[in-house]
Design a protein around this ligand. Structure first.
Ligand code: SF4
Length: 401
């Protein structure tokens, strides 16, 4: 106990009171590790709220305003290293690092820019896994008016949708909160512009990592200051998770990847649909709209000769009308990838499909494919650099929320 008092500048009463910072517990033990021989396990600042950072400052014997400064350096200045927080006393910076704390930003391993300005980044995580994140700018003449970050929620994806390069590359683990938040900061860094919109449509199924996705959502909203309405959470459907998400009553959009108007066809495109019948999925979407008053949007990848006929469009309209109102369909003409037989539909087929939905009074938009020349299909770029099969850890497949 004496050693603890001598080694730690924190008042003992405070040092023994455990604080939990997000997923990290900071206790008297951690305080003892403030000595130069620090623990080897790092703790991450990114993702912590201002309040948590104030508690952290207090635990290090600092005034609470130091926590506010930490918040400023992380989310306003977006600095990558604790030693760059130069307005903090050198000793505080040192003790934070010696106690195993770090910012939690990953290096950019590869950047690919397409002719239309879309930028895809590969971030190299602490365990050397690579994840993709995409920045999609919208320009008005030469002025950037909107910048969307398409973020990953897992390293790879276990769901193996038949048209998806990420699914073909395997799955290794869920991302942690800070690993999701840092993707948005990396896009801002590259574009030197604030991200206005975030879509959880990168690698992985967000609903299989709902806890970290919700924590990241909160951080992006409250700390990075992106409006909830500017955030979209996408899913192909994981049983019991839409209900759970609805209970948080977020003002964000839920995007459900449907890709087929009936169960039989859907199972051939989205194998995981076998465990979540379309009827149950549509019922959960209906209840989501009722509970949150937020429109559900449906993503529909158009695969030539598979799901893109006007008959499919009519069946889709019928399905949506039978499931309530407040829906919107986003059509995504398939972006060809290696190793799949699927083909991109013709413009005429896309127009006919879209027209059939509109005449059935379904609101519809066709997503212009961005960054076709930048390996922009989800998972393509990562597969290029990380071909070795990812290790599946079945324990990670459980919904973590
Ligand atoms: S489409 Fe989405 S859910 Fe399906 S395999 Fe790809 S990343 Fe996973």
């Amino acid at each position: 106990m004496l050693a603890l008092v001598q080694n730690c500048s924190t008042p003992l009463t405070r040092a023994v009171r455990p604080h939990t910072y997000g997923t990290y517990a900071f206790t008297a033990k951690a305080c003892a590790s403030i000595s130069p021989r620090a623990n080897s396990q790092s703790q991450v600042l990114l993702g912590l709220s201002e309040n948590e950072l104030k508690h952290l400052a207090l635990d290090f014997g600092q005034e609470p305003y130091r926590g506010k400064q930490l918040h400023h350096f992380l989310y306003r200045r977006k600095l990558r290293e604790i030693q760059d927080f130069t307005q903090l006393p050198q000793q505080f910076r040192n003790t934070l690092e010696e106690a195993g704390w770090k910012v939690g930003r990953s290096p950019i391993f590869e950047t690919v820019t397409s002719a239309d300005g879309t930028v895809k980044l590969l971030l190299k995580l602490e365990d050397n896994r690579l994840i993709e994140t995409v920045g999609i700018p919208v320009m008005d003449d030469t002025v950037l008016t909107r910048l969307t970050a398409c973020v990953s929620s897992q390293v790879g994806c276990p769901l193996r949708c038949s048209f998806c390069a990420t699914g073909k590359g395997g799955y290794s683990r869920n991302l942690q909160r800070h690993e999701i938040v840092e993707q948005v900061l990396a896009i801002e860094e590259v574009f030197k512009h604030r991200v206005s919109n975030v879509v959880f449509m990168g690698m992985g199924e967000p609903m299989l990592n709902l806890k970290a996705v919700l924590e990241a959502h909160s951080c992006l909203n409250k700390d990075v200051q992106i409006g909830q309405r500017m955030i979209t959470i996408s899913t192909v459907g994981v049983p019991n998770t839409i209900k759970k998400l609805a209970s948080y009553k977020l003002q964000s959009t839920l995007a459900v990847s449907l890709h087929a108007p009936n169960q039989k066809l859907r199972e051939t495109i989205v194998p995981s649909a076998k465990s979540y019948p379309l009827d149950a999925l549509m019922l959960d979407c209906r209840n989501y709209f009722r509970q949150t008053n937020r429109r559900v949007s449906f993503e529909y990848a158009l695969l030539a000769g598979v799901n893109d006929s006007v008959e499919h469009a009519a069946e889709l309209a019928e399905l949506l009308h039978g499931s309530g109102s407040g829906y919107h369909v986003n059509l995504i003409p398939f972006n060809p990838i290696e190793g799949t037989e699927y083909k991109r539909p013709s413009k005429i087929a896309v127009q006919a499909f879209s027209g059939a939905l509109e005449s059935a009074k379904i609101t519809v938009s066709v997503r212009h494919t961005r960054g076709l020349d930048a390996n922009a299909a989800c998972g393509q770029l990562r597969n290029k650099f990380q071909k070795t099969p990812l290790v599946n850890n079945p324990m990670d497949l459980a919904v973590s929320c």
